[in-house]
Design a protein around this ligand. Structure first.
Ligand code: SF4
Length: 463
C-alpha cells in the first residue's frame, strides 16, 4: 500500500501504537481462528501488517502479510494453521521500516527446534546490541527488535529457553511486551518498567496472553491478571509458571494508553481505560469551566472525556461531528480536489446541530496540530458562533523513544509554540490543555508515580 499515491488519513495527527500481541495455549481448540478474532480486537494497535504462527508439538507454521487482519487472513489460510499453540501480531511500524520482512511473528529454526516471537515496544539499545551480535557473526533478515531478541535468547548459552529469556532480559533496555512460542510452550514477557500492557486470561482449559483485556472479552475468555513488570510467564502442559527476575526498576506504564491508545473497554493494570478518560474529562471541566451551548467530541477517542466534561458542566453533549467508520488508514491521494478531503472523508460536521451555537469541542491530544485546525475551520464553516477546543491531556512537547510514534520533536507543535500561538494557528476562540497536575489528579487512583508521561515533560524513565 505504501507509495507516493497513498498517505495516512486523519489519524496522522495522533500518536501511533507500535503493535498488538495475542497468544493462546489451548489443546483441542481451533487456536488459529481464536487468534484471528483476538487480533481483530487489537486491530487499533497496528494496521500495517498482521500475522499468526501456530505450533503443533512438532513444528511452527506461520502466515503473515501487509494490511488489516481481515485482509491478510482467509478461511483457507486459517484452515492451514493447525496446532494447539498460536501467536498473533498486528503491527504499526515505528523504528523499523514498513515491509513484509519486518511483519511479525518472526519465525526461526534453532538447534532445539522452532521458535516464533511477536513484540510490542521498542528497544532503546537496539543499535548497540545489534552491532555486538553482528560482530559475533549473526546475520539478520530484518531491522526489527524481535529478530534481535530471538538471536540473543538462542545464543544465551543456557540449557533451557526460559533461562535464555531471563538472561537476555538483563541486556535489554526499553519497552517490550512480547509473546514467544515454541512447538510446545508459550511465554509471555513484560519489560521491568511495565511500559506496554500484557494480560493473562483463561479460556476453558486453555490460557491466553493479550496486549489488552478487550481481546479476552471478545473471545469469551476470563481475565486472570496482568503480567507483572519484569515477569516471564511460561505456559505448557503443566499450566502457568511465573518467573520473576530480580531486576528492580522504576515502573513506567505509558500514560498514552489511557489518553488515546488503548480501547476504552480495556482494563490495564487495574484501571479501566474508559473510567480514566471520564476522569480526564472531569478534571478538564475543573480547570476550564467554559460556558457554551453544547459540548461535542472529536470521535472516537475524545468521546469519553467530552461526555464527562459535559456532565460535570451541566451542558448538552451532542454529536457535532459524524465519523465515517468505513474509511481505512490509507487512501488514494486526492488530485485537483480540496486539500481538506482527507479530513472530510473521515469526519463531517452536522450543520443543523451546530449552526449559530457556541461549541466546546473536546479532543484527547494534539500532536502536530494539522488536524485540529481543519476541524475548527470545518465547524466554523458549518455556522458555529464560537469554537473552543479543550484537550484532555497536556501539550506533547517531547518525542517518544519507547515504541509510540509521536512524530519527531521538530514536528510537535507544542515543542516550539506556546499555547496562545497554537490557538492562533488552529483558529479557535480559546484553547485549553489539561495540566500535568490535572492529568495526575485524574489518574490518582492509579498512582501516577508508576506512569511514564515523558512526552509531556521530557522526564524519560529509560536512557
Ligand atoms: Fe507513552 Fe509518552 Fe512515555 Fe512514550 S514517552 S511511553 S508515548 S508516555
Amino acid at each position: 500500500m505504501a507509495g507516493e499515491h497513498f498517505e495516512m488519513l486523519l489519524d496522522e495527527d495522533k500518536p501511533k501504537e507500535a503493535c498488538g500481541v495475542f497468544g493462546i495455549y489451548a489443546p483441542g481448540q481451533d487456536v488459529a481462528r481464536i487468534t484471528y478474532y483476538g487480533l481483530y480486537a487489537l486491530q487499533h494497535r497496528g494496521q500495517e501488517s498482521a500475522g499468526i504462527a501456530v505450533g503443533d508439538g512438532e513444528k511452527i507454521t506461520c502466515r503473515k502479510g501487509m494490511g488489516l487482519v481481515g485482509e491478510v487472513f482467509t478461511e483457507d489460510t486459517l484452515r492451514m494453521l493447525k496446532g494447539h499453540i498460536a501467536l498473533g501480531h498486528v503491527r504499526y511500524s515505528t523504528a523499523a521500516e514498513n515491509t513484509i520482512e519486518n511483519a511479525q511473528p518472526h519465525n526461526f529454526y534453532y538447534k532445539q527446534g522452532m521458535i516464533a516471537l511477536g513484540h510490542n515496544g521498542n528497544l532503546t539499545n537496539y543499535a548497540e546490541l545489534r552491532r555486538k551480535l553482528a560482530d559475533s557473526g549473526a546475520v539478520f533478515q530484518s531491522t526489527a527488535d524481535s529478530e534481535l531478541m530471538i538471536n540473543l535468547i538462542v545464543r544465551a548459552g543456557t540449557e533451557d529457553l526460559a533461562s535464555g529469556i531471563l538472561k537476555t532480559m538483563e541486556q535489554l533496555e526499553g519497552s517490550y511486551s512480547l509473546i514467544l512460542i515454541t512447538e510446545k510452550k508459550m511465554f509471555g514477557i513484560r519489560d521491568p518498567h511495565g511500559m506496554r500492557p500484557l494480560c493473562l486470561g483463561r479460556l476453558g482449559d486453555g490460557y491466553i496472553l493479550a496486549s489488552e483485556s478487550c481481546a479476552l472479552d471478545t473471545i469469551g475468555a476470563e481475565f486472570i491478571r496482568d503480567v507483572k513488570p519484569g515477569e516471564v510467564v511460561m505456559i505448557d502442559e503443566d499450566g502457568v509458571t511465573a518467573l520473576q527476575p530480580h531486576r528492580d526498576c522504576k515502573r513506567a506504564l505509558c500514560v498514552f494508553e489511557f489518553v488515546y491508545l488503548a480501547r476504552p473497554d480495556s482494563v490495564i493494570d487495574g484501571l479501566s481505560v474508559q473510567q480514566a478518560r471520564y476522569a480526564l474529562g472531569k478534571e478538564l471541566a475543573r480547570e476550564y469551566p467554559l460556558d457554551g451551548d453544547m459540548v461535542i467530541p472529536v470521535p472516537d477517542s475524545g468521546t469519553s472525556s467530552a461526555f464527562a466534561y459535559a456532565m460535570e458542566r451541566g451542558l448538552p453533549f451532542r454529536e457535532g461531528l459524524m465519523k465515517n467508520r468505513y474509511v481505512g488508514r490509507t487512501f488514494i491521494r486526492p488530485v485537483q480536489v480540496t486539500r481538506d478531503l482527507g479530513v472530510r472523508l473521515k469526519l463531517n460536521p452536522i450543520r443543523e446541530m451546530i449552526f449559530g451555537k457556541r461549541v466546546i469541542m473536546v479532543d484527547d491530544s494534539i500532536v502536530r496540530g494539522t488536524t485540529s485546525g481543519k476541524l475548527v475551520q470545518m465547524i466554523r464553516e458549518a455556522g458555529a458562533k464560537e469554537v473552543h477546543l479543550l484537550v484532555s491531556s497536556p501539550p506533547v512537547t517531547h518525542s517518544c523513544y519507547y515504541g509510540i510514534d509521536t512524530s519527531k520533536n521538530g514536528e510537535l507543535i507544542a515543542a516550539s509554540h506556546c499555547i496562545e500561538e497554537i490557538r492562533e494557528h488552529i483558529g479557535a476562540d480559546s484553547l485549553g490543555y489539561l495540566s500535568r497536575s490535572g492529568l495526575h489528579a485524574a489518574l490518582a487512583p492509579f498512582n501516577p508515580d508508576i506512569l511514564c508521561d515523558a512526552c509531556f515533560c521530557g522526564d524519560y524513565p529509560i536512557r
